[in-house]
Design a protein around this ligand. Structure first.
Ligand code: ZN
Length: 369
């Protein structure tokens, strides 16, 4: 307290001097040593300091606030607990929609539904988002294989920068068709694959195709070619078809993780065993999300989502692998679009941009698998 009074005394002296100084030198610049100028001279033209204001009683010692009565902490439950476990936040947005956030990633869940969205891109859950014991909660499989890879993106570690592109079908197996436009899926798959090969090779990457012409390559040989080529990434190219003529848009598939149901399968909690391709579940999710996001942004087609399936070509891979369905040959407007070389070039460019950006941000570890 002695120190505080001493400070007040000094301040009074300084302010009195300042008041005198103001009266005598309104038009003269202040001649004060520079180092003290700021504290010694009030700004010219401001009000005369009110000396009485400094003669104040010293402030009382702050009284520490009384501790608030503690409520017993309620343990987090359901989706709140799951989000908390990975350092994310969860909030109910109303109308049955929940938002789970971490960093720049936002996963929207809808009660009772398997459809979710990650930063605006449709993502299929392995099981519906349901209420259990009074709280909405993701299945264990979705916590591990959807929530975690969605909000904690996998580091991109690849064993090489070799890209293996797989033009689906071929030879005696045409795949989907559009008879009125004379379109065969196998030809379109090969066309987009060759365009993509050229773009990637122009960027300096090594590319291997599972077929370079119209011949049938057995499914097991396609993943074998990727494994033998020491592929860093495997991408299978397809076009879709459906009895429902309204169906249109683009979807990207990754291998279904173990103990999970595929997106087009209602059987929940399938107990199928793990394949070598399942070593990359988190990475598959991240690469699939990036590829699907870019395709939807570039092509402006309907987003059919990031889906999961146990496709034979993806099961035995020793690198991350995805299968892209680039559009519907059965759709009245999409098929004529796919029939144009300009559109197929756009598709190839979008895939090339995604793959190039993935490879540029990747770390190459030759033993990674
Ligand atoms: Zn196909």
């Amino acid at each position: 307290m002695r120190a505080a009074y001493c400070k007040l005394d000094c301040l009074l002296v300084v302010l009195s001097s300042a008041a005198f100084f103001l009266c005598s030198c309104q038009t003269q610049p202040a001649k004060v040593p520079e180092s003290n100028a700021a504290e010694a001279v009030p700004e010219i033209g401001t009000e005369t300091p009110r000396v009485e204001s400094v003669v104040a009683t010293p402030e009382p010692e702050p009284v520490p606030p009384l501790p608030e009565p503690k409520e017993p902490a309620r343990p987090l439950s359901g989706i709140f607990e799951q989000a908390n476990r990975i350092g994310a936040t969860a909030q109910a947005k109303g109308d049955g929609v929940w938002l789970i956030e971490k960093g720049g990633r936002k996963l929207e869940l809808t009660e009772q539904s398997r459809m979710a969205s990650l930063n605006g891109i449709v993502v299929f859950l392995n099981e519906p988002f349901l209420e259990k014991e009074g709280a909405f909660v993701l299945s264990d499989s979705d916590f591990e294989y959807t929530l975690r890879p969605a909000l904690e993106p996998a580091e991109i570690v690849l064993r090489s920068k070799v890209i293996v592109i797989d033009p689906g079908h071929g030879g005696a197996e045409p795949g989907s068709e559009n008879k009125s436009l004379s379109l065969l899926e196998k030809d379109l798959n090969l066309d987009v694959s060759i365009r993509l090969q050229k773009l990637l090779e122009d960027n300096g990457y090594k590319v291997v195709l599972t077929r370079y012409n119209d011949r049938l390559v057995p499914l097991e040989d396609r993943s074998r070619i990727a494994n033998r080529s020491n592929a860093g990434i495997f991408l299978s190219i397809h076009f879709n078809s459906a009895l429902n003529k309204e169906a249109s848009g683009i979807e990207t598939y990754l291998l279904t993780p173990p103990e999970s149901a595929s997106s087009n399968d209602d059987a929940i909690g399938s107990s199928e065993t793990s394949y070598s391709g399942n070593s990359f579940d988190s990475l598959n999710f991240e690469l699939g999300f990036r590829i699907q996001s870019r395709l939807i942004a570039d092509l402006q087609r309907e987003d059919r989502g990031l889906k999961k399936a146990r496709f034979k070509v993806l099961k035995d891979l020793e690198c991350p692998g995805l299968l892209v369905e680039c559009g519907f040959l059965s759709h009245g407007k999409e098929a004529p679009l796919i029939n144009t070389p300009v559109y197929r070039q756009k598709l190839a460019e979008s895939l090339s941009h995604s793959l190039t950006s993935i490879l540029m941000s990747s770390q190459i570890v030759p033993t990674a698998r």
